[in-house]
Design a binder for this molecule. Structure first.
Ligand code: G1P
Length: 274
């Protein structure tokens, strides 16, 4: 079964990027002239996804405005013979809808708000903090390929330095361990304080079957007192087939200032052909 739907959770406060996130959603941070979330929607669209649900919160109206037409701007450009500039406002060809998360109860709670949207179809989740570049295949396409290959739930992972693993969900392969880039999942721990079960960090791209929703509904607050997506995924292990795929490509965590600037530098270098 092909995946055509995706959920993008974009309701967080962006506390790592304060104070700017008091007024500017982190998803709207510009990267190469476009807001970060535009790149994420583009990635999904390139992977064949044609319906997206963005989970927002009260202070994220700018995201809705961005993905809407600007009739005033269009009229202004038409009146001033500058229609050619409209090309620069073209958006990816996907249907986008929105739901608001009333309380900041965590990533798992945000994804649960997509239950009606997903219905009985499998779906992808893309975290907009995680911007991938430089692989031949968009990161989420690699996850969707693994889903088609295995028919199982998929979590995208990448190796991370040991000292950073406590910031991530960490995924351990089922024994006897991975032979290729797609492997059966043995364990998952959200933000392990010590003894991470591997060096493979969950990196913001997932494919789910709709069974995830019943696990999210039964979820208890986990790390940080929030309903964690990783905890619901862990409860599914053993009850539903679950695999991981090591994602090729460079990943920038836009919530880290250094990574944000590195993402911009990557695009600049590409533009300048270096
Ligand atoms: C979330 C997930 C975590 C994952 C990370 C990737 O954490 O809960 O499992 O490793 O995204 O970016 P957050 O960064 O939202 O705290």
């Amino acid at each position: 079964m092909e995946i055509r739907k995706a959920i993008i959770p974009a309701a967080g406060y962006g506390t790592r990027s304060l104070p700017i996130t008091k007024v500017l959603p982190k998803e709207m941070f510009p990267v190469a002239g476009k807001p970060a979330i535009h790149h994420i929607v583009e990635e999904a669209s390139l992977a064949g996804i044609n319906e997206i649900l963005i989970v927002v919160s009260r202070n994220k109206n700018m995201i809705l405005d961005y993905f809407d037409r600007s009739l005033e701007l269009e009229a202004f450009l038409a009146m001033n013979n500058k229609e050619y500039l409209l090309e620069q406002t073209v958006l990816p060809d996907v249907h986008i809808q929105y739901v608001r998360q009333p309380f900041a109860r965590g990533l798992g709670d945000a994804v649960l708000l997509g239950e009606r949207f997903a219905g009985s179809a499998p779906f992808a989740v893309l975290l907009p903090d995680d911007l991938f570049v430089s692989s031949e295949k968009p990161a989420v396409s690699q996850v969707l390929d693994a889903f088609t290959l295995t028919g199982s739930n998929i979590v995208g992972v990448q190796k991370a330095p040991h000292e950073e693993l406590h910031q991530y969900g960490v995924a351990a392969p089922a024994s006897p361990g991975p032979k290729g880039s797609v492997f059966a999942l043995g364990d998952l721990v959200e933000k392990p304080k010590k003894n991470p079960p591997s060096n493979l960090a969950v990196c913001g791209r997932y494919a789910f079957t709709p069974e995830i929703f019943s696990y999210l509904k039964n979820g208890k607050p986990g790390a940080g007192g929030e309903i964690q997506l990783t905890d619901a995924m862990k409860s599914m292990l053993g009850e539903h087939p679950y695999s991981a795929v090591v994602i090729e490509g460079e990943r920038f965590d836009l919530g880290k200032e250094d990574d944000y600037y590195r993402a911009i530098a990557w695009h600049l270098n590409r533009r300048n052909g270096s």
